[in-house]
Design a protein around this ligand. Structure first.
Ligand SMILES: *[C@@H]1O[C@H](CO)[C@@H](O)[C@H](O)[C@H]1NC(C)=O
Ligand SMILES: *[C@@H]1O[C@H](CO)[C@@H](O)[C@H](O)[C@H]1NC(C)=O
Ligand SMILES: *[C@@H]1O[C@H](CO)[C@@H](O)[C@H](O)[C@H]1NC(C)=O
Ligand SMILES: *[C@@H]1O[C@H](CO)[C@@H](O)[C@H](O)[C@H]1NC(C)=O
Ligand SMILES: *[C@@H]1O[C@H](CO)[C@@H](O)[C@H](O)[C@H]1NC(C)=O
Ligand SMILES: *[C@@H]1O[C@H](CO)[C@@H](O)[C@H](O)[C@H]1NC(C)=O
Length: 673
């Protein structure tokens, strides 16, 4: 009962929010927000998380809250070589504290990053601070709705005002307004920029009024404020002695067109006093759930009816799936699965880029064509079950699915930066992007956190079974998402896997897996260790290069034996890396990919090592750096069980029927066939 009403509530919000994303036209409309609609930071919460207000700050002092549309928005049209027009409408509400006059206000922002690290509270509204308040390097478009007088007494002499702040805290334009912000009632704001005439209009009005003449209407060229891609969002802050609760009730945005009007009747109301309003809300939720349960039941009825007349056979698991797409829609989205739309090919299927015709959302569609429909279906079901329910910022989110005959289609979020392997070692010589160490280290931490979630933080243990760099996708702000759960099998805590055949990718397969065929969290840790070494060394797990051991991990151990493990580090980074972090990542890579599984840490320990909560044992006993004698190091490595790898690997490879020295491509293999 509980889970079905949760499902229902998500469905209803899904129907109300729209989201349109193609390079030519970007728009979104959120009449209220669900948790995933926004990227939130610091004190911001979505209340309630299934659909409610974005509460930037609650009534408390020294708070800062940020909320951003999660995706970058293209602000520049290269064909026309000018910035795009944009338009936004939002409804906000500010409830002042009962014990003081309230403060300090909120702002709409367009910025380079999804966040304002170092932003101060109070007058700075969580965006700028005293040292960067008018730094020339800022690229921030900010419209502030200020409720406290006085950062610059002369221009800002009264509280309640609207200001346009370009790249700094000082308002280039500002106006006092009779619409009083701190009245605990919703207020609607419109901001429009028209790129040809370069006019910026800002209007505000009480919630139920129509759009008035602009409060501010100025001509200003934003070309030194805007960037090619920016994040849109909100920031609010309170101060030490004055505080308010700042809420966003709804938000629409559009590039090159007018933002959608937010229908007052659809917007959530502020949950200010959880006691009385909570009851009302629960009653409402119960009513909505009841309606939805009835609709779901009738839907099931229709499905059963269609099934009985031989329409489309839906199995039980299909009914529980998060979102089912029509085949025609995915066919159109991918231009009929045209080769030009192909963005990847893996062991289990081909991946296409697609633009959903109804919404314009860009997605990645994975097409799995199976000779054996039954087995395919089971794999498909496993993937849906696990992925559909799993939600973590470092996992690729499954939006939906579809099946037709032997074609199984999975629809994922589209991640523009592709997979990690293509960023680490791209064979295309014209590809010159080099990931910085900072980016690599944060990718390491992100993947670790995603894998920990799979292993321990969910109610069932999920073994990934195919952790590798081509399964790590990189999103717009370079954070990693672990994808491809086609091989995942769910099993209960404490139970062992019963599968008997080896599935994985050469170079990432733990030795015991080839012997016992049993995947475990520890075989995932092994593969994760290899991934760490790839990230540090910028080399594939298995790569044939002159004068270097083809097996990455053995080559790293060789460098270590020779007294300088840093020789293995990706030369393209030069010396631009933090030595202790590098030591940690390489050391951890070796420990995780230890041939003996009892030596490997758990993902929870891995995360502790990466956060510096615990010291890596390998580092304690063996300094990876410096000039110890080779025999001394070798003896230590032998003691740690790290130097018999070469032999072991050759045997394992031969056991799989692959001869060392031949060309091994890093595609998935299925040892069971
Ligand atoms: C640039 O503007 C032109 C003309 O309005 C339009 O056809 C094209 O789709 C735009 N391109 C992008 C990438 O926005
Ligand atoms: C001010 O903000 C900048 C940029 O976000 C940050 O680098 C700097 O550390 C901050 N300064 C202070 C004093 O917090
Ligand atoms: C801001 O810039 C102006 C001139 O551009 C300068 O006089 C002033 O000192 C700067 N203020 C701060 C706080 O950096
Ligand atoms: C702040 O903006 C005003 C115009 O609103 C301008 O006169 C003043 O010089 C600016 N101050 C700084 C420090 O940039
Ligand atoms: C700005 O406001 C003026 C005055 O109402 C109007 O003529 C103009 O079309 C508006 N521009 C935009 C981009 O909304
Ligand atoms: C807006 O109008 C509706 C009726 O049209 C009314 O129920 C609601 O209370 C009004 N809201 C505000 C904040 O005035």
């Amino acid at each position: 009962m509980a889970s079905s009403s949760l499902f229902s509530i998500q469905t209803i919000t899904l129907l109300l929010s729209t989201f349109f994303f193609t390079p030519e036209s970007i728009s979104f409309t959120f009449p209220g927000f669900k948790q995933d609609d926004l990227y939130t930071e610091e004190s911001t919460v979505i209340e309630p998380p299934n659909g409610g207000t974005a509460t930037l700050t609650k009534s408390e002092h020294n708070a800062i809250g940020h909320a951003f549309f999660p995706h970058q928005i293209p602000m520049f049209n290269a064909t026309l070589s000018r910035y795009n027009s944009f338009s936004t409408q939002f409804v906000f509400q500010i409830n002042p504290s009962t014990s003081n006059e309230g403060g300090y206000g909120l702002a709409f922002t367009l910025s380079e990053s999804r966040g304002f690290p170092g932003g101060s509270g109070g007058h700075f509204m969580g965006v700028f601070n005293e040292s960067n308040r008018n730094a020339s390097s800022n690229r921030i478009f900010m419209v502030e709705f200020d409720t406290v007088k006085g950062i610059d007494e002369d221009i800002d002499s009264d509280g309640n005002h609207v200001g346009i702040n370009l790249n700094g805290m000082n308002s280039s334009y500002y106006e006092l307004t009779e619409v009083l912000f701190q009245k605990s009632r919703p207020i609607r704001a419109w901001i429009d920029y028209e790129a040809i005439g370069k006019r910026i209009n800002v209007s505000i009005a009480p919630f139920n009024n129509s759009k008035p003449e602009p409060l501010i209407s100025v001509v200003h060229d934003l070309s030194n404020v805007l960037l090619e891609n920016m994040y849109a969002g909100f920031s609010a802050a309170t101060g030490a002695d004055k505080w308010s609760s700042h809420y966003i009730l709804g938000w629409s945005f559009r590039i090159n067109g007018a933002a959608d009007h937010l229908d007052s009747s659809l917007l959530p109301t502020v949950v200010a006093n959880s006691d009385s309003n909570g009851k009302l809300r629960n009653a409402l939720l119960a009513a909505i759930s009841a309606v939805l349960i009835i609709s779901v039941a009738s839907l099931i009825g229709i499905v059963l009816y269609r099934r009985s007349i031989g329409f489309e056979v839906l199995e039980k698991w299909e009914l529980d799936c998060p979102h089912r797409f029509r085949y025609g829609e995915l066919h159109a989205a991918t231009k009929g699965f045209r080769e030009s739309e192909m963005i990847g090919k893996g062991g289990f299927g081909t991946v296409y880029r697609g633009v959903l015709p109804t919404t314009g959302v860009v997605v990645a569609v994975k097409k799995i064509t199976s000779n054996n429909p039954l087995q395919g279906m089971r794999e498909f079901a496993a993937e849906i079950e696990s992925l559909g329910k799993l939600r973590h910022k470092n996992l690729v989110h499954l939006q939906g699915w579809c099946k037709r005959k032997n074609d199984l289609l999975l629809v994922y979020d589209y991640l523009p930066n592709g997979s990690l392997d293509s960023l680490l070692y791209n064979p295309d010589p014209s590809f010159t992007v080099v990931l910085s160490w900072e980016q690599r280290f944060s990718i390491v931490k992100g993947v670790a956190s995603g894998l920990l979630y799979l292993h321990e933080d969910w109610d069932q243990v999920v073994i990934h079974r195919d952790v590798k760099s081509s399964n790590v996708l990189i999103d717009g702000d370079m954070s990693p998402r672990l994808g491809d759960f086609g091989l995942a099998r769910l099993y209960d805590h404490g139970k062992n896997s019963h599968t008997t055949h080896v599935v994985g990718t050469i170079g990432y397969i733990a030795p015991e897996l080839t012997h016992t065929g049993k995947a475990s969290t520890s075989t995932d840790v092994f593969a994760f260790g290899i991934l760490l070494l790839e990230i540090a060394c910028g080399r594939a797990a298995v790569a044939y290069e002159a004068h270097r051991n083809a097996i990455l991990v053995d080559w790293v151990v060789e460098c270590m034996q020779m007294g300088n493990v840093f020789d293995a580090v990706d030369a393209r980074m030069g010396s631009e890396y933090a030595a202790e972090e590098m030591e940690l990542v390489v050391g951890l890579g070796l420990l995780c990919s230890h041939p003996r599984k009892e030596m490997r840490p758990t993902m929870r320990q891995v995360v502790r090592y990466l956060n510096g909560d615990e010291v890596l044992p390998l580092l304690e006993s063996l300094s990876l750096e410096g000039s110890r004698r080779v025999d001394e190091i070798t003896a230590r490595l032998l003691q740690l069980g790290l130097v018999d790898r070469v032999l072991r690997y050759s045997l394992d490879s031969m056991g799989l029927g692959v001869s060392v020295g031949g060309v091994i491509s890093s595609t998935s293999i299925d040892g069971g066939r």
